[in-house]
Write a protein that binds this ligand. Structure first.
Ligand code: URA
Length: 236
């Protein structure tokens, strides 16, 4: 069974600083298996019966939060001036070390995972694992079958970078779904730029086999289960 220092468990799981955790533990605010434990350095089983300020602990090594990112917010952990996606995470889901998995542009909306699990983030982003990201796009001009073919062949960006094959599905005269399995800087906008179109609206609707829940409003978050996290690695 996994063991951790008592102050570490209290600080990570209840989102307080290590110093505050130690003070509170010393003051008798935490219990282990029904008894107050004041020894903040004690090694404790992470799935023991632990409470803090009367609240029972449900230990989670990592947290996975799905946000419907609104426009105008930075995909970053913190910023001196601008609001970030991590600033929007509600208090009950906040933890130290949260970061967004990949970046959506400031004006892009939709599916964004925020976590403290670096290995998961690497797997979800790395083109090696071929996790497809699906976007709904509104363009400033007419889509053609030639563009569908160009995306399928692999677009060469203006700076000579070759993109992997992408799936472009025309939904209307100037609306489309695009699926890509990599995340180059401004990739979708630059790919459409190559075929002569500008992007008016961009929304990410799914990553791998997990879609944005239709009821999740912009700026809102839900915590994902481990099963939902696994669905990301099954491409749909
Ligand atoms: N491609 C873009 O151009 N912008 C995004 O935010 C995501 C993909």
């Amino acid at each position: 069974m996994k063991q951790e220092r008592f102050d570490k468990i209290i600080s990570t799981q209840f989102n307080i600083s290590r110093r505050d955790a130690r003070i509170a533990i010393r003051r008798g605010k935490a219990t282990l298996n029904g008894k107050i434990l004041r020894d903040f350095g004690a090694l404790v089983d992470v799935d023991a019966d632990i409470t803090f300020n009367g609240q029972a602990l449900n230990y989670k090594q990592y947290i996975y939060i799905l946000m419907n990112k609104p426009k105008g917010v930075l995909s970053a952990s913190s910023d001196k001036k601008k609001q970030t996606v991590v600033d929007l995470v509600p208090e009950n889901l906040k933890r130290n070390g949260l970061f967004p998995v990949g970046r959506l542009d400031k004006d892009t909306t939709g599916f964004l995972i925020i976590t403290d699990d670096g290995d998961f983030a690497h797997k979800a982003i790395s083109p090696k694992y071929e996790v497809y990201k699906s976007y709904l796009v509104t363009l400033d001009g007419k889509l053609t079958d030639e563009m569908v073919k160009a995306f399928a062949d692999g677009i060469v960006l203006a700076d000579g970078t070759l993109c992997r094959k992408a799936v472009l599905t025309i939904l209307g005269e100037n609306t489309a779904r695009v699926k890509i399995c990599e995340g180059k800087y401004h990739q979708i906008k630059r790919m459409f730029g190559v075929v002569g179109l500008g992007v008016n609206e961009l929304k990410r609707e799914a990553v791998g086999g997990l879609s944005l829940p239709p009821k999740l409003k912009e700026g809102c978050c839900v915590e994902l289960s481990l099963e939902e996290i696994q669905a990301i690695f099954t491409n749909s």
